[in-house]
Write a new protein. Structure first.
Length: 187
């Protein structure tokens, strides 16, 4: 068992919908970052989403955001990122199967703890990307949008941290997967 609790870091959650499903992204902020860390993380999330404008479907919509400081499990309302451009990717011809597809940004903290974030409602799927994702992975070399998004994850303040509180270093690829839960729900 890990020697840190899931609430060891501050957490910002963005709730959004796409292709008929509601999802949540969680972003971890270093301990002690406080209100400044939250404000900077909201700006970073906006930059991340804007880097994926051409990859997000036109129905991709932010619904709400919440924030919990370190050592707390109480999430209170927080601001959603402003200035985020609407997605421009056309709704797919197979919206049910595409709604089950997630793209996973993965990395590790400098101490070795895994860092992961999944996103739905993008062209990042085997059907959407085509041959570039035929191995269920899209590298930064295969997709400029993936490269730009990963660069934002790895840069600017505040650093995104893993659950151990150490800075995460994000790999230069995005994993593609059909989520088993959403596939079962679609059946």
């Amino acid at each position: 068992m890990a020697d840190f609790a899931p609430n060891f870091t501050a957490r910002y959650k963005l709730r959004y919908s796409s292709l008929g499903h509601t999802h949540t992204m969680q972003w971890r902020i270093a301990r002690g970052a406080g209100a400044t860390g939250l404000a900077n993380m909201i700006l970073k999330v906006a930059a991340f989403l804007n880097s994926l404008t051409a990859s997000r479907f036109t129905d991709w919509t932010m619904l709400s955001a919440t924030y919990a400081p370190e050592d707390s499990d109480i999430f209170l309302a927080a601001g959603t990122p402003s200035g985020v451009a609407a997605g421009t990717a056309v709704i797919p011809a197979q919206p049910i199967s595409e709604s089950t597809a997630s793209c996973g940004f993965v990395g590790r903290s400098i101490a070795g703890q895994k860092a992961r974030m999944f996103m739905y409602g993008t062209l990042f799927s085997v059907e959407g990307i085509g041959t570039a994702g035929d191995n269920f992975r899209v590298t930064g070399a295969e997709s400029g949008a993936a490269a730009a998004a990963i660069a934002i994850l790895n840069s600017s303040s505040p650093s995104i941290v893993a659950s151990d509180g150490n800075n995460a270093v994000w790999y230069n690829y995005v994993n593609l997967k059909y989520n088993d839960y959403w596939v079962r729900k679609s059946r």
